[in-house]
Write a protein that binds this ligand. Structure first.
Ligand code: BEZ
Length: 211
Protein backbone atom coordinates (compact mmCIF):
# COMPACT_ATOMS: atom_id res chain seq x y z
CA UNK A 1 0.00 0.00 0.00
CA UNK A 2 1.17 3.51 -0.73
CA UNK A 3 2.87 5.36 2.09
CA UNK A 4 0.77 8.03 3.72
CA UNK A 5 1.67 11.12 5.70
CA UNK A 6 2.40 10.18 9.29
CA UNK A 7 3.44 6.61 8.42
CA UNK A 8 6.86 5.47 9.52
CA UNK A 9 9.31 5.76 6.63
CA UNK A 10 10.31 2.14 5.92
CA UNK A 11 13.85 1.41 7.01
CA UNK A 12 16.31 -0.37 4.71
CA UNK A 13 19.97 -1.17 4.23
CA UNK A 14 21.33 -0.24 0.83
CA UNK A 15 24.52 0.18 -1.12
CA UNK A 16 25.01 3.82 -2.10
CA UNK A 17 27.69 5.78 -3.90
CA UNK A 18 28.99 6.73 -0.44
CA UNK A 19 28.97 3.23 1.07
CA UNK A 20 26.40 1.03 2.74
CA UNK A 21 23.67 2.93 4.51
CA UNK A 22 21.01 2.01 7.03
CA UNK A 23 18.37 4.61 6.20
CA UNK A 24 17.17 5.42 9.72
CA UNK A 25 20.70 5.53 11.12
CA UNK A 26 21.80 7.70 8.20
CA UNK A 27 18.96 10.16 8.91
CA UNK A 28 20.08 10.42 12.52
CA UNK A 29 18.33 13.12 14.53
CA UNK A 30 17.57 15.51 11.65
CA UNK A 31 15.40 15.65 8.57
CA UNK A 32 15.85 13.86 5.26
CA UNK A 33 14.71 13.97 1.65
CA UNK A 34 14.63 10.74 -0.36
CA UNK A 35 13.99 11.28 -4.07
CA UNK A 36 13.84 8.80 -6.90
CA UNK A 37 15.10 8.86 -10.47
CA UNK A 38 13.75 6.71 -13.28
CA UNK A 39 17.15 5.66 -14.60
CA UNK A 40 20.86 6.53 -14.76
CA UNK A 41 22.18 8.47 -17.75
CA UNK A 42 18.86 10.18 -18.45
CA UNK A 43 18.71 13.89 -19.22
CA UNK A 44 16.15 15.28 -16.78
CA UNK A 45 17.61 13.30 -13.87
CA UNK A 46 21.07 14.60 -14.72
CA UNK A 47 19.84 18.18 -14.35
CA UNK A 48 17.99 17.36 -11.13
CA UNK A 49 21.00 15.82 -9.41
CA UNK A 50 23.22 18.70 -10.50
CA UNK A 51 20.67 21.20 -9.21
CA UNK A 52 20.44 19.55 -5.80
CA UNK A 53 24.25 19.34 -5.54
CA UNK A 54 24.45 23.09 -6.15
CA UNK A 55 21.92 23.97 -3.45
CA UNK A 56 22.85 21.27 -0.95
CA UNK A 57 24.03 23.99 1.43
CA UNK A 58 20.40 25.09 1.73
CA UNK A 59 19.39 21.59 2.85
CA UNK A 60 22.33 21.54 5.30
CA UNK A 61 21.13 24.85 6.81
CA UNK A 62 17.81 23.16 7.49
CA UNK A 63 19.50 20.15 9.14
CA UNK A 64 18.15 18.06 6.27
CA UNK A 65 20.12 15.33 4.49
CA UNK A 66 19.41 14.42 0.88
CA UNK A 67 19.66 11.02 -0.75
CA UNK A 68 18.72 10.01 -4.28
CA UNK A 69 17.82 6.59 -5.60
CA UNK A 70 17.94 5.09 -9.06
CA UNK A 71 17.29 1.49 -10.05
CA UNK A 72 20.78 0.89 -11.38
CA UNK A 73 23.92 -0.49 -9.78
CA UNK A 74 26.50 1.59 -7.88
CA UNK A 75 29.06 1.14 -10.65
CA UNK A 76 26.65 2.72 -13.13
CA UNK A 77 25.94 5.56 -10.66
CA UNK A 78 29.67 6.32 -10.36
CA UNK A 79 30.03 6.66 -14.11
CA UNK A 80 26.93 8.83 -14.30
CA UNK A 81 28.23 11.10 -11.51
CA UNK A 82 31.21 11.96 -13.75
CA UNK A 83 28.73 13.13 -16.40
CA UNK A 84 26.66 15.06 -13.85
CA UNK A 85 29.75 16.86 -12.58
CA UNK A 86 30.90 17.61 -16.10
CA UNK A 87 27.61 18.75 -17.62
CA UNK A 88 26.08 20.53 -14.62
CA UNK A 89 29.23 22.33 -13.50
CA UNK A 90 29.11 20.92 -9.98
CA UNK A 91 30.44 18.16 -7.76
CA UNK A 92 28.00 15.57 -6.51
CA UNK A 93 27.95 15.86 -2.72
CA UNK A 94 25.28 13.43 -1.54
CA UNK A 95 24.68 9.69 -1.97
CA UNK A 96 22.72 7.88 -4.67
CA UNK A 97 21.22 4.56 -3.62
CA UNK A 98 21.83 1.62 -5.94
CA UNK A 99 18.60 -0.33 -6.24
CA UNK A 100 19.02 -2.84 -9.08
CA UNK A 101 16.61 -5.34 -7.46
CA UNK A 102 14.09 -2.52 -6.83
CA UNK A 103 13.93 -3.35 -3.13
CA UNK A 104 13.72 0.27 -1.99
CA UNK A 105 11.60 1.29 -4.98
CA UNK A 106 9.02 -1.35 -4.02
CA UNK A 107 9.18 -0.46 -0.33
CA UNK A 108 8.33 3.14 -1.19
CA UNK A 109 5.92 2.30 -4.03
CA UNK A 110 8.05 4.24 -6.52
CA UNK A 111 7.12 2.09 -9.51
CA UNK A 112 3.71 2.95 -10.91
CA UNK A 113 3.06 0.22 -13.47
CA UNK A 114 0.42 2.17 -15.37
CA UNK A 115 3.00 4.91 -15.98
CA UNK A 116 5.97 2.59 -16.55
CA UNK A 117 6.43 -0.93 -15.23
CA UNK A 118 10.25 -0.79 -15.08
CA UNK A 119 11.37 2.67 -14.07
CA UNK A 120 10.44 4.61 -10.96
CA UNK A 121 8.40 7.77 -11.12
CA UNK A 122 9.93 10.92 -9.59
CA UNK A 123 8.96 10.44 -5.95
CA UNK A 124 9.91 12.80 -3.15
CA UNK A 125 9.65 11.85 0.51
CA UNK A 126 10.47 14.24 3.31
CA UNK A 127 11.11 12.35 6.55
CA UNK A 128 11.18 14.01 9.96
CA UNK A 129 13.50 13.36 12.91
CA UNK A 130 10.83 10.94 14.23
CA UNK A 131 11.28 8.92 10.98
CA UNK A 132 7.70 9.67 9.99
CA UNK A 133 6.75 10.66 6.44
CA UNK A 134 5.98 14.41 6.41
CA UNK A 135 5.55 14.98 2.68
CA UNK A 136 5.11 12.92 -0.46
CA UNK A 137 5.14 14.33 -3.97
CA UNK A 138 4.99 12.37 -7.22
CA UNK A 139 6.04 13.77 -10.58
CA UNK A 140 6.04 12.00 -13.91
CA UNK A 141 9.35 11.08 -15.53
CA UNK A 142 8.93 13.89 -18.06
CA UNK A 143 8.86 16.71 -15.47
CA UNK A 144 11.94 17.79 -13.55
CA UNK A 145 11.23 18.80 -9.98
CA UNK A 146 11.41 22.26 -8.47
CA UNK A 147 13.78 21.80 -5.53
CA UNK A 148 13.24 25.35 -4.29
CA UNK A 149 9.66 24.28 -3.67
CA UNK A 150 10.92 21.34 -1.66
CA UNK A 151 13.05 23.70 0.46
CA UNK A 152 9.99 25.92 0.90
CA UNK A 153 7.92 22.96 2.16
CA UNK A 154 10.70 21.95 4.56
CA UNK A 155 10.63 25.48 5.98
CA UNK A 156 6.89 25.17 6.50
CA UNK A 157 7.13 21.67 7.99
CA UNK A 158 9.86 22.69 10.40
CA UNK A 159 7.96 25.80 11.43
CA UNK A 160 4.68 24.00 12.09
CA UNK A 161 6.57 21.27 13.99
CA UNK A 162 7.66 23.93 16.52
CA UNK A 163 4.79 26.46 16.52
CA UNK A 164 1.02 26.19 16.30
CA UNK A 165 0.90 27.71 12.85
CA UNK A 166 0.17 26.73 9.26
CA UNK A 167 1.44 28.53 6.17
CA UNK A 168 -0.77 30.10 3.50
CA UNK A 169 -0.67 29.63 -0.26
CA UNK A 170 2.67 30.52 -1.84
CA UNK A 171 4.11 31.31 1.59
CA UNK A 172 7.85 31.94 1.74
CA UNK A 173 10.15 31.95 4.75
CA UNK A 174 9.76 35.26 6.60
CA UNK A 175 6.15 35.93 5.65
CA UNK A 176 3.12 35.96 7.92
CA UNK A 177 1.72 32.63 9.05
CA UNK A 178 -1.76 31.42 9.87
CA UNK A 179 -2.58 30.69 13.49
CA UNK A 180 -3.79 27.11 13.88
CA UNK A 181 -7.58 26.88 14.22
CA UNK A 182 -7.00 24.84 17.40
CA UNK A 183 -5.57 27.93 19.14
CA UNK A 184 -8.14 29.98 21.08
CA UNK A 185 -8.07 33.77 20.75
CA UNK A 186 -7.26 34.08 24.45
CA UNK A 187 -4.12 31.94 23.98
CA UNK A 188 -2.79 34.19 21.22
CA UNK A 189 -0.98 36.81 23.38
CA UNK A 190 1.02 34.06 25.09
CA UNK A 191 1.69 31.91 22.05
CA UNK A 192 2.15 34.74 19.55
CA UNK A 193 3.47 37.83 21.36
CA UNK A 194 4.10 39.54 18.00
CA UNK A 195 0.33 39.87 17.64
CA UNK A 196 -2.53 38.74 15.48
CA UNK A 197 -4.35 40.11 12.43
CA UNK A 198 -7.85 38.67 12.47
CA UNK A 199 -9.51 38.68 9.04
CA UNK A 200 -12.22 36.17 9.97
CA UNK A 201 -12.64 34.17 13.17
CA UNK A 202 -11.03 31.24 11.34
CA UNK A 203 -8.43 33.27 9.41
CA UNK A 204 -5.89 34.77 11.79
CA UNK A 205 -2.39 35.81 10.74
CA UNK A 206 0.69 36.34 12.86
CA UNK A 207 4.25 37.31 11.99
CA UNK A 208 6.47 34.27 11.56
CA UNK A 209 7.19 33.23 15.17
CA UNK A 210 10.85 32.21 14.72
CA UNK A 211 12.00 35.35 12.85
C1 BEZ B 1 14.93 11.79 -17.89
O1 BEZ B 1 15.44 11.81 -16.77
O2 BEZ B 1 15.27 12.58 -18.74
C2 BEZ B 1 13.86 10.80 -18.22
C3 BEZ B 1 13.85 9.55 -17.64
C4 BEZ B 1 12.86 8.66 -17.99
C5 BEZ B 1 11.89 9.02 -18.90
C6 BEZ B 1 11.89 10.30 -19.46
C7 BEZ B 1 12.88 11.20 -19.12
Amino acid sequence: MALRLGDEAPNFDAVTTEGVVNFHEWIGSGWAVLFSHPKDYTPVCTTELGTVAKIKGEFDKRNCKVIAISVDAAESHHGWICDINETQGTQMNFPIIADPDRKVADLYDMIHPNADDTFTVRSVFVVGPDKKVKLTITYPASTGRNFLEILRVIDSLQLSAKHKVATPANWEDGQDCIISPAVKDEEVPTLFPKGMRKVKPYLRYTPQPNK
